[in-house]
Design a protein around this ligand. Sequence first.
Ligand SMILES: [Zn+2]
Length: 133
Amino acid sequence: MIFHQKTKGIARDTLRFLLEVSKSSYPNEFAGLLRAEEGVITDIIVLPGTIASSSSAVMQLHMKPPLSRCVGSAHSHPSSDMRPSKEDLMMFGRNGDYHIIAAYPYNENSWTCYDASGHVRNLPVLDVEFKEE
Ligand SMILES: [Zn+2]
């Protein structure tokens, strides 16, 4: 297992999942943590106390191992504003280097990735194959 590897990007399926959960949580906000596997973000872990309305999504996330290799966070905004709020920036600073905000209408163009200090950073979307564990 490799730790502290540079993050190369996010798996396309993981991004789609994030957008789906954001959409199904609307008008509530969705919040989770990003976990990377060999430098690629492949998991979104729902924070305790967060309610996602899709029960299948919750099931999937419960089966994931604990918060290891967390590289950042992801959350949704119930508006089309992708900019981080003051609270977001405080949370970014404590939780890693990659922070995705998905905004309404939660499509592939309505999200942005920020670094720990809230500057926009490029996060490539990668086509990766998922292996069954
Ligand atoms: Zn926010």
